[in-house]
Design a protein around this ligand. Structure first.
Ligand code: NDP
Length: 246
């Protein structure tokens, strides 16, 4: 039988890029999947339809991760629709880049709300429902490990913060048999970071493997952490970054 048969997963930001690949992969591994989005309703519905075509239940929900009530509502809706929640994947994210001196308080609040507060409140809401064997997985970044260039202090701060969050939650939830981990992608070819974008050659130059990864590479790491083989893995970071942080 499939490794995630009978499980229910919530993936934030599942309409495009890495989140869409994670949602599809968890569905292929046997889970029913709820995926959220902020704007790309059509793409989110298409991902849900693909998962349904594979025989699983799937639901696309509009839920802006900048709004903590929307995040909590997505968790509660998952339980209401599919009867349980086993796996939470905090993936929704936005890139932030530019001169440190020009960064605004508004953008600080927004990036921290999406990358840090949303995973915190999702974990708190889900923890009321997660059974033994539950999983919380947050998508951080290789930039939470090593920044390597200017203009990314805010983004890196937010991605480093989730490492502390996962470690703390691993402590809080371990006695209940729930694991909490961070996946730290390197350059992955998505709308956020296209392999033919302006900054792509600079990133390739810093990569031992020399090329961008694919969204499916991150989905494979999430599938591992979500699956039974990772039962004894908690409070840690899994770098899937082509060697960027090495
Ligand atoms: P994309 O920009 O390609 O996709 C972002 C996804 O997040 C979309 O589904 C988008 O929804 C959703 N999203 C964005 N903002 C919100 C919000 N406020 N509320 C709900 N959903 C939201 O990004 P990637 O797939 O590349 O990135 C996914 C994650 O991986 C992010 O956390 C990112 O920081 C991280 N990451 C990416 C790397 C890369 O090189 N690509 C490297 C390291 C980390 P919608 O379609 O509705 O806008």
């Amino acid at each position: 039988s499939l490794p995630l048969a009978g499980k229910v997963a919530l993936v934030t930001g599942g309409s495009r890029g890495i989140g869409a690949a994670i949602a599809r992969r968890l569905g292929a591994d046997g889970a029913d999947v709820v995926l959220t989005y902020a704007r790309a309703a059509d793409q989110a519905q298409a991902v849900a339809a693909q998962i349904q075509a594979g025989g699983r239940r799937a639901l696309a929900l509009a839920a802006d991760s900048a709004d903590p009530q929307a995040v909590i509502a997505a968790v509660e809706r998952t339980v209401a629709e599919f009867g349980r929640i086993d796996i939470v994947v905090n993936n929704a994210g936005v890139f932030a880049y530019g001169p440190f001196e020009e960064e605004t308080a508004e953008n600080y609040e927004r990036v921290m709300a999406i990358h840090v507060r949303a995973p915190f409140v999702a974990a708190q809401a889900a923890s009321r429902h997660l059974p033994r064997g539950g999983r919380i997985i947050t998508i951080g970044s290789c930039l939470g490990e090593r920044v390597g260039a200017p203009g990314m202090a805010l983004y890196s701060l937010s991605k480093a913060a989730v490492v502390g969050l996962s470690k703390g939650l691993a402590q809080d939830l371990g006695k209940r048999g729930i694991t909490v981990n961070t996946v730290q992608p390197g350059p992955i070819d998505t709308d956020m970071n296209p392999a033919d974008g302006e900054a792509a050659d600079h990133q390739r130059a810093g990569l031992p493997l020399g090329e961008f990864g694919k969204a499916e590479d991150i989905a494979a790491a999430v599938a591992y952490l979500a699956g039974p083989g990772a039962a004894f893995v908690t409070g840690t970071q899994l770098s899937v970054d082509g060697g960027f942080s090495a």
